[in-house]
Design a binder for this molecule. Structure first.
Ligand SMILES: [Zn+2]
Length: 413
């Protein structure tokens, strides 16, 4: 750990900047993603050892219109001042918390000027729609509605089933839509009592999806939803090994505060609560459906419309995506680091380190970099490629391919 005197100088500098930082956060912040990002960092730092809900001054600042970067700076200033108070009053932070917090701050500080956003485009939370078992109402009612609203859905199909085979031509057409993402639900929905049973079930379903989407790249990661209501006694190790072998991303657990054991939520209150919870926690939300407005395990049409209206109202905060993209972004982000190598008034040189395999993990990462205030338009050079970016109030947001290497930012002339 760094010399404690260096740490105190660092603290004094930030203390002097505290008032300014608060004002900058409130006045200049650009996007609304505030509290979730703040509390996420706080939670990850010390888990439940500290009660950040009682914190100050972060909770006194309006949670709107503050960029994640501003929140980050604000939180650091607050945490440092809280630690200093602790030293003086010998209260509230145990030594273990203080060590964890300090380690985290030292790790974060060099990256304050550039960071990978928690979710794509700086959105508060990703949201997934999971439509299972190729129920016919999905083709008739759901897909047209998703297209109209421009919201993506994961369709967990059973290509070996009779129902799918009867409607295969319609699914082939539907799969051409950018809002329809086909995902693996096994070939016949028979369950898995052994690896020998599961392996061909996964392989044949993925092969069918590949054949239904000839225009999409292959190999690629597909979402995976385990079929319900059938025996699934294969060991977790065997299950995970096969998912890895076939590049399948397990969809997230269903979050339903009212019915934690059930994947299909059915009342409007239940559906809307899932959206609220995802936005509050800044974590993925997902709702599972079978039939909508018909078929079985039915979600009534008016509930579905109420849900889409609610999602629509929060469009600015929600990343509408599919299970494979959610998995890719999260995996890439956790395995990547963005470092400033050198900066001056003429250029900023950065390095992106990624540990993921770019054949499969190919979703661009959203990054934010602080640039001098007078750089409104910037040029980004990465290897042989060059593209432009527009900075707002000294913050440049870019979509970077998750490929390791250096890149250079300069102001556009
Ligand atoms: Zn199913």
């Amino acid at each position: 750990m760094a010399c404690k005197w260096a740490f105190y100088r660092f603290f004094l500098t930030l203390k002097a900047a505290r008032r300014t930082t608060l004002n900058v956060g409130v006045i200049e912040g650009a996007t609304a993603s505030g509290t979730a990002a703040l509390f996420d960092i706080a939670r990850r730092t010390a888990r439940d050892e500290m009660n950040f809900d009682q914190g100050e001054p972060a909770t006194q600042v309006p949670a709107t219109a503050i960029s994640p970067l501003a929140w980050r700076q604000l939180w650091m200033v607050w945490a440092l001042s809280a630690m200093a108070r602790t030293r003086a009053m010998n209260t509230s932070f145990c030594s273990k918390c203080r060590a964890a917090l300090l380690a985290r701050l030292i790790e974060e500080f060099p990256n304050m000027k550039s960071h990978i956003l928690k979710w794509k485009h700086g959105k508060t939370a990703p949201f997934l729609h999971a439509f299972d078992d190729n129920a016919p109402t999905q083709l008739d009612i759901l897909i047209p509605e998703q297209q109209k609203r421009q919201m993506v859905g994961d369709f967990y199909i059973i290509p070996g089933g009779e129902r799918f085979q009867e409607q295969q031509a319609e699914w082939e057409i539907a799969a051409q839509s950018p809002f329809v993402v086909l995902a693996n639900h096994t070939f016949t929905h028979a369950g898995a009592t052994s690896a020998a049973q599961l392996e061909p079930e996964l392989a044949r379903c993925s092969d069918a999806i590949r054949a239904l989407t000839p225009a999409q790249k292959w190999p690629r990661i597909l979402g995976f939803g385990r079929p319900g209501g059938v025996p699934w006694t294969i060991s977790d190790e065997e299950n995970d090994r096969l998912l890895n072998q076939f590049h399948l991303a397990q969809r997230p657990r269903f979050r339903n505060p009212h019915k934690p054991e059930k994947s299909t939520a059915q009342t409007t209150t239940e559906l809307l609560a899932i959206v609220d919870e995802a936005l509050r926690d800044g974590e993925v939300g997902q709702i599972g459906f079978h039939g909508v407005g018909g078929d079985w395990l039915l979600t009534p049409l008016e509930c579905f419309h109420a849900l889409l209206d609610k999602l629509e109202a929060h469009r600015e905060e929600i990343w509408f995506t599919d299970a494979a993209s959610w998995h890719k972004y999260q995996t890439e982000r956790d395995a990547a680091k963005l470092k400033i190598l050198q900066e001056d008034e003429q250029q900023i040189r950065l390095q992106l380190c990624c540990e993921t395999d770019s054949i499969f993990y190919d979703l661009p990462l959203s990054v934010e970099i602080e640039v001098p205030q007078n750089w409104t338009k910037c040029v980004v050079r990465q290897g042989a490629s060059e593209f432009g970016g527009v900075a707002q109030k000294g913050t440049l947001r870019l979509e970077m391919s998750p490929v390791p290497g250096e890149f250079v930012l300069t102001p556009a002339i």
